[in-house]
Each structure stands twice: as structure tokens, then as C-alpha cells.
Write a protein that binds this ligand. Structure first.
Ligand SMILES: [Zn+2]
Length: 464
């Protein structure tokens, strides 16, 4: 087995040294690499280019990064004397350039393993010529052509990092908040690395390793599109060798994303911002909010206490939750809070507040949404926002026993007007009312409030 691998490996290197031609899918007017062989002095660089590929992406790789490295822009950097092969993968085809690095200061006698035993290729070549029409052509020593062995549980074959590439990549989003990735087994591979990123250029990509040919990535951000690529590895001559990654595929993650905006923050921001897109009416960026005369809680504190519990409960019920803040010491304007929800394409936004009416006898909860004639972004979601306002209030008072004040329709709320998603404000209760202030500050009542809001969300999404 070990010897077989060696033979195949040497053969491929020789093939490459012999011509540096595209290894797969050669076509008329087909892609070309700018140079098929170059010699560089140690420390020098040269940029290789792929021609006739239009806008297709190229994945660059080197057989031996100790000799020369290559950037994803094709810039080859000579590291030390010796020889290596640079590979450009385009749409599953590999194009190669042999790189010889010389070191003027050192005795330049380093050899590649390929040079030592050139005779080893001959048997394979002979075999190809010998193939008679009656016989099924079978060349198990040739890497990358062993697909006939798919039925075998442990595929025989040698991984050729220059040529082989994972194929058959599929992505499914049937499970919420997750992506299931599958690919075809690559003969000779001992394991795989799945790389995934929300950017097409695979910026900040994360990776997972597996010996299987499928993996579930979870939890992922709902409504976010992820790009996925897979590469294979095997141990060869005591070293781990990697194939180039296959072309990326992408899919959007399914699920329901709820944005919770805990109203206010530690310090008010008295700067001004437009009350809605295109509006000349300016309003304070973040007002200071009210406070409990008896509980001694500031509204921004109560709002966050309830919001964090609400997050936990909604997550338990299978929603994904986005928080505009999880700390008091932030500076996020009301407009910015709406933009956070817009950008994440959340399904709904609930802004948690408590009210501070001047009359201390006033008690109860109410919800706020835009009007039917809203002149801003909010207009297109009027119906949905109204329904959300209705359901949340209905189940909130049902769970807490609080007085139902009203659904207030207004176009004066910056955080609602800038919202491109269904959005409401919940005023949980009156902090100037002694009973309600102390109730809202208690764990027991907080639990009831959280249950009520969550039930309202369930009802909105028809999960009740
Ligand atoms: Zn408030």
C-alpha cells in the first residue's frame, strides 16, 4: 500500500514536471496559467495569473510551502532552495506551475524527490497503451480516477493534493438555525475540513474537521447566507497533505429571528436625530427614561432585566434572539437600534419599556405601533406591527393580570419609524404607580411578564 502510494505520487510529480499542463478538463480556448515553470531566487516574488477564466474564482496552493508560498492573488514567494509546484484550481480543474527556487548563498544542490527516480512512471504509461478495447480500463494507481470503487466501504486510492478536489457538495437548510453539509467521499482522503463564512471571499472563515462526509453546522445566524467549502487531507510520507478547497456553495439559514430592544441606556444621549427617514423633525437620540419611585430601579435597568429573561425564554421556545444591548453602558440611538434590526433582517422587533405617567393612580400596560398612514419605513409593516402589538398586549395582560390600557398608533417614535421590520414598543406598566412599580421589580411578576410576551410572540407566529 505504502509503495503504491509512493509510485502514484512520484508519477504525478513527473507528469507535472513534464509539461505543467492543465491536469483536468482541458478544453478549446480553455483557461491557461501565465507561466508553467519559473525560477526564483530565494526571497524574490512573482505573481502568476490565470487567463481565459472570466470572473471565476481561483484557489491557489503550493505543494511545499517551505520552498515557496502563494497568496490567494497568485503571488509566489520563494522561501528556500528546492522545487515545488504551485496549483491554481478553477471550477474543479487544476493548473500548475513548477517553481524552482535557487539560493545564491548556499550550495544549490537540493533535489525534489521526483528527480531521484524518473523510471518509476513507465509502468503506468505502458499500462495506458496496453488497455485493450475488450477490457474495462482500470487504473487503480491513478489518483482521482477511482470513482469506480465507490461501493467499497474503505476506498482504496491515494490522495493527490495537486489534482484531487472534493466534489458533490450539497447544503440543506431543512433544520432551523443550522446547515447540513454533505459531499462525495474522495478516495484516499483520511479526513475533511469544512470552512464556512458569511462572506463570499471567506473572510473570517470558521472551520470544522471530520472523518465523515457530512456535518451539521449549528447554531448559525438565522436569515444569514453562509458560504461553504470543503477540503480533504491524507497522511503521505509522514506529512499531512491537503487538497485545494472545492468551489464554495452558499445557502441562507432558516428560522425565526426576534430582536429585543431593551429601552434606554445608562446615560441619555441628548443629541438629535430625524424621527424618520427623510424627516426634518428631530428628536433626542436616547432619552433618559423614567424610574421607580419605590423600587428605586431606573427604567433602563428594569428593561434590561426583563429583556434578558425574555431572551432566554424565547430561545427555549426555538426562536433565535438578537439583542440591541446586553449592558447598560452603551450609546446606541433609537434610530441605530432600528437599523440593527433592519440589517439582521429580523422577523420582528420588540422594544421593552415601562411608562412614567404623571398621575400615580394610572396603571396598566399598553403597546405602540405606527399608524396606517406612516410616512416612513414603518408603513409597509403596519398590518403586521398592529397584529404583533395586539397579540403581545393580549397575552401580556392575560399572564400578568395587569390592566389593558390600549394599542397606541403613532408616527412619533424614531425607533419604530426607521424600522423595516414589524416593530412595536411594549410599555409593561407604570413606574409611578406604587403597586405596579414594586410588582415589576419582583422576580415573580417578571416571570409572568416574560411568559405573556412570549405567548404573544407565539401567537403572532401562529405557534399557539
Ligand atoms: Zn422608556
Amino acid at each position: 500500500m505504502q509503495q503504491k502510494r509512493w509510485l502514484a505520487w512520484i508519477m504525478v510529480i513527473l507528469m507535472v514536471l513534464g509539461g505543467g499542463i492543465p491536469v483536468r478538463n482541458v478544453q478549446a480556448a480553455s483557461p491557461k496559467i501565465s507561466k508553467t515553470s519559473i525560477t526564483l531566487k530565494k526571497g524574490k516574488s512573482k505573481t502568476l495569473k490565470m487567463k481565459n477564466i472570466g470572473k471565476k474564482t481561483v484557489v491557489w496552493g503550493t505543494a511545499d510551502k517551505k520552498i515557496a508560498t502563494v497568496s490567494q492573488k497568485g503571488k509566489v514567494k520563494a522561501k528556500r532552495a528546492g522545487e515545488t509546484v504551485i496549483t491554481a484550481i478553477v471550477s474543479g480543474s487544476a493548473y500548475t506551475c513548477r517553481v524552482k527556487v535557487t539560493d545564491p548563498k548556499a550550495d544549490n544542490t537540493e533535489k525534489t524527490p521526483a528527480k531521484t527516480e524518473p523510471a518509476e512512471t513507465e509502468p503506468t504509461e505502458t499500462k495506458a497503451q496496453e488497455t485493450s478495447p475488450q477490457e474495462t480500463p482500470e487504473t487503480p494507481e491513478t489518483p482521482g480516477e477511482s470513482s469506480a470503487e465507490e461501493s467499497s466501504p474503505q476506498p482504496e486510492g491515494t490522495l493527490d493534493p495537486e489534482k484531487d478536489i472534493v466534489s458533490g457538495l450539497t447544503i440543506s437548510n431543512k433544520t432551523e438555525q443550522a446547515l447540513e453539509i454533505r459531499w462525495a467521499p474522495l478516495p484516499g482522503a483520511e479526513g475533511y475540513r469544512v470552512r464556512y463564512s458569511t462572506s463570499k471571499s471567506m473572510k473570517k472563515a470558521k472551520s470544522k474537521n471530520t472523518a465523515e462526509t457530512s456535518i451539521t453546522l449549528s447554531p448559525l445566524t438565522v436569515h444569514q447566507k453562509y458560504y461553504v467549502m470543503v477540503e480533504a487531507w491524507a497522511n503521505q510520507n509522514g506529512e499531512k497533505v491537503w487538497t485545494a478547497p472545492c468551489d464554495a456553495k452558499s445557502k441562507e439559514v432558516t428560522g425565526i429571528l426576534v430582536c429585543i430592544d431593551p429601552g434606554h441606556q445608562l446615560h441619555a444621549n441628548n443629541g438629535k436625530e430625524p424621527v424618520g427617514p427623510g424627516s426634518k423633525t428631530l428628536k433626542k437620540k436616547v432619552s433618559s427614561g423614567t424610574a421607580g419611585k419605590w423600587s428605586k430601579l431606573s427604567e433602563y435597568e428594569l428593561n434590561l432585566i426583563v429583556s434578558l429573561q425574555l431572551r432566554t425564554e424565547l430561545q427555549k421556545r426555538g426562536y433565535q434572539v438578537l439583542m440591541t444591548r446586553t449592558k447598560h453602558k452603551v450609546n446606541i440611538t433609537n434610530k441605530e437600534r432600528a437599523l440593527i434590526a433592519n440589517k439582521a433582517k429580523v422577523d420582528i422587533m420588540i422594544r421593552i419599556h415601562a411608562n412614567g405617567s404623571e398621575t400615580s393612580s394610572k396603571r396598566g400596560a399598553f403597546t405602540i405601533c405606527c399608524t396606517k398612514k406612516n410616512p416612513y419605513y414603518a408603513k409597509k409593516n403596519y398590518k403586521k406591527s398592529k397584529r404583533l402589538a395586539k397579540q403581545v398586549l393580549k397575552y401580556f395582560v392575560k399572564s400578568t393580570g395587569a390592566k389593558k390600557q390600549k394599542i397606541w398608533e403613532t408616527d412619533t417614535m424614531t425607533g419604530l419609524n426607521w424600522s423595516k421590520v414589524p416593530a412595536i414598543i411594549l410599555e409593561m406598566g407604570e413606574m409611578n404607580n406604587k403597586k405596579e412599580d414594586l410588582q415589576m421589580a419582583s422576580k415573580k411578576y417578571q416571570k409572568k411578564m416574560v411568559k405573556g410576551i412570549s405567548d404573544g410572540v407565539d401567537a403572532y407566529f401562529k405557534k399557539k
